[in-house]
Structure formats: structure tokens, C-alpha cells
Design a binder for this molecule. Structure first.
Ligand SMILES: [Zn+2]
Length: 342
């Protein structure tokens, strides 16, 4: 009886999606990114406290998941901004080569495509969809592009406050930059976990001609199990970090946002590792059995993904800094304030 009463309740509590990298993984992505920043990057993250603040914040969006607030769960920040299940886009008839960089335009296009290709999607159980998220494929590249815009704005106004603002304004501007860098760290890091790019995010879903596992512990094993079992930490990766590079920000002929396209390309690249993971599992090479040693190729895969995430994160941060444009509106406003001061 207890079981029959409690089970539906427990199912409601069970998260529909799992986190990507456990906190340790997200921290490593940040450590890689910080190590990749070239000397010209502002010293805002130069100190130990600042680096720790960004590392702490790289876990922040996952903390938002542990709340009862359905509007937050529904909005990307608590849920869909953490991933993009690429297969659902093509299932809905969308072309990844022309995917819009506008979030709400995409929402409309996806809803239309999903309705037109309804048979390609599994029915949704309303009892398990109280936050109304089951309809959506995830919004990670839009979230990253939006946070990139906030970071670029932050660098723009930091320059103005450093020039003509008060010490308190400059300190606030610096604190804001750390905050946005930390949030970006989370979402960029999530997308380097290949299972955050696929509908097969926790065991193979649907038609399964290659007989891949449907094990629902797969996601957690990739997120944190391998890192915990191997004791992998940043020092083991430090020598492989290369300097960040600037991503192209020039206008595109198709009018799409260039940073969004770069992020989408990055996600598509990580997606190629999805079947590699399933093949490793099929070959018994994931090392998940209790007490088993994690095979070198599996540890190498996790290392490569953390490095991919950290390098991309550094590129995104560095591009926001290099691409910051002068905030002439703010500069003029401060000039008026100073002229009016007694
Ligand atoms: Zn996440």
C-alpha cells in the first residue's frame, strides 16, 4: 500500500532530466577555460577569489533545478537551457544549417514542425509534464548566445565605469562580469557532455537497430561516475590547454547571429560522440561495473570532452571581451551626471 501511494508522488519528484557534468566536471571546465585565457584578458578573474567565484557559479544553474517553482522549471534557466536534443529538430523537419538564432522564432518553428510531424514524437504523459517541458528539445545554444550578449555588454560598460565611473560602479561591473562568466561556464560545459545533445540522453530511445543499452544510469555515469572513479582532476589536463581564440563575429550572409552559429557547430561536434559512448558501452568498455577499472579510451573520452568544453568556454569569454563595443550611451549619461554635479 505504501508503495502504491508513494510511487506516483516519487515519480513527480524525479527529475525528467539529469544534470550534465557533476559539480567537479563543471569546475574542471572553468579551470581549463581560465588557463586558456591570454594575458590581454582583463584581470577580473586573475585572483584566487575571483577564479573560485566563477567556478562556484558554474554550478549555479543546476542549483536552480532543486526548487518547486514550475515557472522557473518551465523557463530555460532551470531546465531546457542545459541541452539541445538535436534529433528532435530534424524530426520536426527543421534544418540545422538554417536554424534561427532567435529563441522565440525557433519556438514557433519547432511547434509548427512538431505538429506537422507528430508521429515522429512519443506521446507526452500529462501527469509527468507539470512544468510543460516535455514538448521542447532544449534551448542551450540560444541561452549561450543570450548570455554572451550580456557578457559583451558587461565588458562594454566596465570600460566606461573604469574611465569615468565611481569605484563602487566599477566594482559592481566587475562582479557582474564574474556572474555572467560563471553562468556561461555552466551552459557551455553542459554541451560538452555528448548526452546533452541527444534524445538518447539516458539510454537509447526508440528504434534501436544496433541494440544499444537502455540503461538509465548511463547519463550519471558519464556526468560524474567516471570522474569519481578515476579521480580525474584539472592538473592531469593542464598541459593540453591551448590559448583561447576569437570566434568570428562579423555579419553573416544568412543574417544569423555568428556566435549562435559557432555554438551550434560546437554542439553538433560533441554530438558525434553520442554513438561512440553507446559503442563503448556495448563493448563493455565504460567501466561502470562496481570496482571495475575505467578503460583508458573511456577516460580519454571524458578528458577530451572536458577540454572541448573548457576551450570553447574560453573562446566565448575572450570573444565577448574582444568584441565589446564602446557604450557611448552610458558614457554620455555619466558625462551629464558629472556636469550636473555641484
Ligand atoms: Zn546543467
Amino acid at each position: 500500500m505504501i508503495r502504491s501511494v508513494l510511487l506516483p508522488f516519487l515519480l513527480l519528484l524525479a527529475p525528467a532530466r539529469l544534470a550534465a557534468w557533476d559539480y567537479e566536471g563543471h569546475r574542471m571546465v572553468v579551470q581549463i577555460a581560465l588557463a586558456a585565457l591570454p594575458p590581454e584578458f582583463p584581470s577580473i578573474v586573475g585572483g584566487k577569489d575571483e577564479a573560485e567565484r566563477v567556478a562556484f557559479l558554474s554550478g549555479e544553474p543546476d542549483r536552480w533545478r532543486n526548487v518547486p517553482d514550475l515557472p522557473l522549471k518551465h523557463a530555460g534557466g532551470s531546465w531546457g537551457d542545459h541541452f539541445l536534443d538535436l534529433e528532435y529538430l530534424t524530426d520536426a523537419g527543421l534544418d540545422l544549417e538554417t536554424l534561427t538564432s532567435f529563441r522565440y522564432e525557433f519556438v514557433l518553428q519547432f511547434a509548427r514542425g512538431r505538429a506537422a510531424h507528430a508521429s515522429a514524437f512519443k506521446p507526452i504523459d500529462p501527469a509527468r509534464n507539470q512544468d510543460r517541458t516535455a514538448e521542447w528539445p532544449g534551448f542551450a545554444p540560444w541561452a549561450i548566445a543570450e548570455h554572451f550578449g550580456r557578457l559583451r555588454s558587461g565588458f562594454s560598460y566596465l570600460r566606461v565605469f573604469e574611465d569615468v565611473g565611481t569605484p563602487a560602479e566599477t566594482a559592481n561591473a566587475r562582479a557582474n562580469l564574474l556572474y555572467v562568466m560563471g553562468l556561461l561556464a555552466h551552459y557551455v560545459g553542459d554541451c560538452s557532455q555528448p548526452l546533452h545533445t541527444t534524445k538518447h540522453y539516458n539510454g537509447w530511445s526508440g528504434g534501436n537497430p544496433r541494440g544499444y543499452t537502455t540503461w538509465n544510469g548511463l547519463h550519471a555515469w558519464i556526468d560524474g561516475g567516471i570522474i569519481a572513479r578515476t579521480g580525474l582532476r584539472f592538473p592531469a589536463l593542464r598541459d593540453r590547454v591551448v590559448p583561447a581564440r576569437v570566434l568570428p563575429l562579423g555579419p553573416r550572409a544568412d543574417g544569423r547571429d555568428p556566435l549562435f552559429v559557432a555554438v551550434l557547430d560546437y554542439i553538433r561536434l560533441q554530438h558525434r560522440q553520442v554513438e561512440v559512448i553507446y559503442e563503448l558501452e556495448k563493448a563493455g568498455r565504460l567501466g561502470q561495473a562496481p570496482g571495475a577499472e575505467v578503460p583508458a579510451e573511456t577516460r580519454a573520452l571524458v578528458e577530451a570532452q572536458l577540454l572541448a568544453g573548457g576551450q570553447m568556454l574560453a573562446n566565448v569569454w575572450f570573444t565577448a571581451f574582444r568584441g565589446a563595443v564602446p557604450d557611448t550611451y552610458l558614457r554620455a549619461a555619466i558625462a551629464r551626471r558629472q556636469a550636473a554635479a555641484p
